[in-house]
Each structure stands twice: as C-alpha cells, then as structure tokens.
Design a protein around this ligand. Structure first.
Ligand code: NAD
Ligand code: IPM
Ligand code: MN
Length: 344
C-alpha cells in the first residue's frame, strides 16, 4: 500500500485562489492523500530567474498526479512561463491526451437560447504534445524590416495515431459512440492528410463507432449553432485549444471548464487544470469561479481510480450549480466551502 501523492502548483493570478478551493474539496471527499506544494510561476521567476529547474521537474515526476492552477503573468514576457513551465510539463511527461469535457449543467445558463441544460455533453480530445506547440520554426533578421518568422506544425504518425485511438476508445464508452475529427484538410494538406488517413485507418478497429469529419472553421460555427451534435471531438493541439474556449463559453463560461493533461501509459503523472488562465483582471478579488478547478480535481480522482470520490465531486458541483441564481456574483471561497460540505 502506497499513499497517493499529488503535487500542487497554484501558479499565478487566480491559479492559487481556485486551486485552494479544489484542495478543500479533495480533502473533504478523500482521506489520506499526500499533497506537496510547489512554488512555481511568476513570483519565483522574479525572485530567482528560474522557471522550472530540472530538480523540481524530476520531483514532480515522482507524484501520482499534478494539480495546476494557471501560469502566466503580465509582468513576465509572454511565453516564458507558458512554454517553460506548462508546456514543458505536458511535453516532458508525454501528456498526449488533453481531455476537455463540456456539459451544460442544469442550473447554469449559457448564451445560447437554442439549448437546454443536459443537451450539451461532449468531450474534446485535444492532442497535447505536437502540432504548432513544439517550438519548431524560428526567426531571421529579428527587429528589422526583413524579419521572417516561421512556426511549424509537427505531426507524427505515432503521435496522431495514439490520440485518435484514445478518442475512438472513449467514444465506445459513451452512449452515442460518435467521433468527429476536426482539422483543415482542405488547406493544411500535409498534416491534414496524415490526420485523415490515420482517422480512417484506426476507425477500422472501431466499426461500432460512428465517424464524422469537419473543417475547423465549420466546427467553430456548429459549436455555437448546434453544440448538441457532438459526442467526442478529436483534433490537433491548436485547434483543440481554440475550440475548447468556445466549448466553455457555450456551456456556462470559462470558469466551469475542467481539463486533464493525461499520460495514459502511467509512465509519468497526468496533470489536471482548469481550461482558463491566470485571469489577471480579477486576480486577488476573491471572485474567480473555482468550479473548473474543483471539476479538475474530480477528473484527477477518476484518473487515479477513486471513482466514488470523483462521482461525489460531480454530484456536489451539480447541486451547487443548480442552486445558482443567474447574474448573482460568486465568492471563490464560499463556493469551495459549499461544495466541500456537499461531498463530505
Ligand atoms: P484567462 O482565461 O486567464 O481569462 C480570460 C477571461 O476569462 C478574463 O476576463 C478572466 O477574468 C475570465 N476568467 C478566467 N477564469 C475565470 C474564472 N475561474 N472565473 C471567472 N472568470 C474567469 O485568459 P487570458 O486573459 O487570455 O490569459 C491570461 C494569462 O493566463 C496569460 O498569461 C495566458 O498565457 C495564461 N493562460 C494560462 C493557462 C494555463 O495555465 N493553463 C491557460 C490559459 C491562459
Ligand atoms: C490552455 C492554455 C495553454 C495552451 C497556454 C497557456 C500555453 O491556453 O491550456 O488552454 O494553449 O494550451
Ligand atoms: Mn487555451
């Protein structure tokens, strides 16, 4: 018997505020989890110049999971923390399944008059280790009139196949058994061709799963006009990033959207985090919605095999949301307190 051990990286802005509420709920729903705090983010960077020392990375690798708030701060040049901390962890720990569920919970109201609670229920399987995120490319003649910048999308058969296989397998566990592959094969013919062929090839192993393909521009439209149509969406790293902010918006807001950066092999820990960022505009005001962080704890528990605890977190969140009065401001800590009582 080994004690479950979770690394906690609050990070920047509202990150520590919402993660504190996630931890409240975690401690209320499950006994005996060991939590270890890591001081990473803008404050450490300013103090020491460090973003993610190798020794800290190696320590993080020893935990069963990582809970992360958000990183990124207006006082740090864009990319330093996002690339050096968040993406480094996703890449180094080979978290190739970036799982982002979207549901319109009873009690919440999205901006769409056409949908009722319960009608939106899909999950985006976003590729997490390749695409436009690898840093491939470069810049020449920087700062001159002759500046040239490239940003290359890296796609491997290995990487595309494993994430598509994961999406099919997830679809098989769901009632509708449908996968929509989203890309831009009409323009991005190199990478798009690889994705389309791989989607068809892997599909032969899942004859019971219904398949569909959409170009990403059309998918962005349908996500607003008819999000009910989706069950599982599989797509590349950048398309998945953009579509999941739309998905969050149509299901009650970015403050509710949870995610898991999953390494299905278990060779390294998976990481659980809200879809949202550090929200510098509301940091320190105690009004960030911690539900995304709390639901991320739920995903974490599910991934670690604590299925009952994960269900309790979901049910408590459902109760909390059902009791909300539209337009009424929320207090971060009060939401956490209520959900913690509901799970215990
Ligand atoms: P953001 O998600 O931080 O904020 C966008 C808008 O949503 C803001 O108006 C914010 O107040 C609101 N919002 C976000 N979370 C909320 C919550 N829980 N409750 C209520 N309102 C919430 O995105 P941004 O402004 O584009 O980025 C800010 C910083 O965060 C940048 O440095 C960016 O790189 C970083 N970022 C980090 C992550 C991450 O660590 N996973 C994700 C996205 C952005
Ligand atoms: C997200 C964020 C990150 C991403 C950034 C901060 C690197 O937007 O988790 O959605 O693009 O993946
Ligand atoms: Mn994003």
């Amino acid at each position: 018997f080994r004690v479950t051990s979770i690394a906690v990286v609050g990070g920047d802005g509202i990150g520590p505020e919402v993660v504190a509420e996630g931890i409240k709920v975690l401690n209320a729903v499950l006994d005996g989890v060991q939590l270890v705090d890591y001081d990473l983010g803008a404050a450490r960077y300013h103090r020491t110049g460090e973003v993610l020392p190798d020794s800290v990375r190696d320590e993080l690798a020893q935990h069963d999971a990582i809970l992360l708030g958000a990183v990124g701060d207006p006082t740090v040049p864009p990319g330093v923390l996002e690339r050096g901390l968040l993406l480094k962890l996703r890449f180094d720990f080979d978290q190739y399944v970036n799982l982002r569920p979207s549901r319109l919970w009873p009690g919440t109201s999205g901006p769409l008059a056409t949908v009722k609670p319960g009608e939106i229920d899909f999950v985006v399987v976003r590729e997490g280790t390749e695409g436009l995120y690898t840093g491939a490319g470069g810049v020449l003649h920087k700062g001159t009139a002759a500046e040239v910048a490239t940003e290359e999308s890296l796609n491997t058969r290995y990487g595309v196949e494993r994430v598509i296989r994961d999406a099919y397998a997830r679809a098989r566990q769901r009632a509708r058994r449908k996968v929509t592959m989203v890309h831009k094969t009409n323009v991005l013919t190199h990478a798009g061709g690889l994705w389309a062929r791989t989607f068809a090839d892997v599909g032969r192993d899942f004859p019971d799963v219904v398949t569909e393909y959409q170009h990403v521009d059309a998918a962005a439209m349908f996500m607003v006009t008819n999000p009910q149509r989706y069950d599982v969406i599989v797509t590349d790293n950048l398309f998945g990033d953009i579509l999941t902010d739309i998905a969050a918006a149509v299901t009650g807001g970015i403050g509710l959207a949870a995610s898991g950066c999953i390494n299905p092999t278990g060779d390294y820990p998976s990481m659980f985090e809200p879809v949202h960022g550090s929200a510098p505009d509301i940091a320190g005001l105690g009004k960030a919605d911690p539900i995304a962080a709390i639901l991320s704890v739920g995903l974490c528990l599910e991934n670690l095999g604590h299925i009952d605890a994960a269900r309790k977190v979901e049910e408590a969140v459902a109760t909390e949301l059902a009791g909300r009065v539209p337009g009424e401001p929320i207090r971060t800590a009060e939401v956490g307190d209520r959900v913690a009582v509901l799970v215990s």
